[in-house]
Ligand binder design. Structure first.
Ligand SMILES: [Cu+2]
Length: 391
């Protein structure tokens, strides 16, 4: 509903677009309701000059690895319920390239896991995509390190780590050198982190595949010593509620290219990513803080409303902007949050009446016009109390 109406079932749509200044991994996905959980795929942008122009050591093969989720919920209905303020939905499992892995036993037998076959001594470019709906994932491969070389189709200064943190929607390209003893296999584990400790706790969503070494001579596959095969090596995962690992991981990613920071600023905006509430059924006042009289809304100073609800005709936002300028379809995205307070002070807002007073917000179909070439300074922050929306 920004640049086009949804593609109807059985119809198709061709996108033609220029890719400028980006190389690496992106992904495509459905944007209706929560359908992106199951309708998605990798989009790989290779350098036009060929493989020799990668700014990192040569790799033998490249392999996309999509972290996904298994839902047993109607994803369209779920999005409707979330719009209604009900957020109690969870996936039942995670997947690596569509495979559940041996931690799951859905049909009476251990589920198949994703297998990454490698040759000793070779280097692999793994293109990780986090296609889950809301969870950041911690991913580790036992006995191996990963060197991150790109994030979201931008090269980064190579960063070597044993744990990668990948936010929902994010991509990371990382080099894996197959340099571990080849006689055993190694688990690749991906686990959804939980920034806040909730009551009741949501299920732990974790999946695993294996890295296996292909041998040149048959005796490499012989079990070690007394005939018992070595068990797959398991990585030590970060704590489920550990947020520091993600903080340091992302803090250590720096762009390979020098970026030019504008020295002149034309407009200042204070944009707060937060959660507020509105009263149900158009009431002016109501009980808040989770009461059923109000709905929870995520906001960027204001919450988003689909243009269909604001205008009589269903017109994508950009189209209505260009062709129907006089129709009051959208309002300007506000410069500041509706209520200002110390957004970083945990103690300021206990869950209760004090928070209820700060919660009221609004929703609208908003657009903001910027002059081409102008610089704007956006200063933003999240509200830690609403950790469930921290993504
Ligand atoms: Cu999207």
């Amino acid at each position: 509903m920004i640049t086009q109406c949804p593609i109807r079932p059985g119809h198709n749509f061709t996108y033609r677009f220029n890719i400028t200044g980006q190389q690496g991994t992106l992904w495509w996905h459905a944007h209706v309701a929560s359908l992106r959980a199951s309708v998605h795929g990798a989009l790989i942008i290779r350098p036009r000059q060929g493989a020799t122009s990668y700014p990192f050591p040569k790799h033998h093969r490249e392999i996309p690895i999509i972290i996904g989720e298994w839902w047993e919920t109607d994803l369209v209905q779920m999005a409707g319920n979330m719009t209604d303020g009900y957020f109690g939905f969870n996936p039942v499992a995670a997947t690596l390239n569509g495979k559940l892995g041996d931690l799951y036993n859905c049909s009476g037998a251990m589920e198949e896991g994703y297998v990454l076959e490698v040759e000793p001594g070779k280097t692999y470019l793994l293109r990780f995509i986090n296609a889950v709906l809301t969870s950041e994932h911690y991913l580790k491969i036992a006995g191996h390190k990963l060197t991150v070389v790109a994030a979201d189709a931008n090269y980064v200064n190579p960063y070597t780590t044993d744990t990668v943190a990948i936010a929902p929607g994010q991509t990371l390209d990382a080099l894996l050198v197959a340099d571990a003893p080849p006689r055993r296999s190694y688990y690749m584990v991906s686990m959804g982190s939980q920034p806040t400790i909730a009551n009741p706790p949501p299920p732990v969503i974790v999946t695993r595949g294996t890295v296996q070494y292909r041998s040149s001579s048959s005796d490499d596959h012989e079990p070690a010593g007394n005939g018992v095969p070595l068990p797959s090596m398991v990585p030590d995962m970060p704590d489920l509620h550990d947020t520091a690992t993600s903080f340091y991981f992302h803090g250590n990613l720096t762009s390979l290219h020098k970026s030019r920071v504008p020295t002149r600023v034309d407009e200042h905006l204070l944009i707060v990513l937060s959660a507020g509430s509105i009263c149900r059924r158009g009431h002016r006042s109501c009980k808040r803080s989770g009461d059923m009289e109000s709905n929870v809304l995520v906001t960027m100073n204001i919450s988003f409303e689909l243009p269909a609800a604001a205008a009589a005709a269903v017109t994508p936002l950009l189209e209505s902007h260009y062709y129907h300028r006089n129709e009051p379809v959208y309002v300007t995205l506000p410069d500041r949050p509706q209520r200002a307070f110390n957004f970083t002070d945990h103690a300021l807002i206990p869950f209760g009446p004090k928070e209820a007073a700060l919660e009221p917000t609004g929703k609208a179909t908003t657009a903001r016009r910027f002059r081409h070439g102008m610089a704007w300074h956006g200063c933003g922050g999240g509200v830690p109390e609403h950790g469930r929306f921290a993504e």
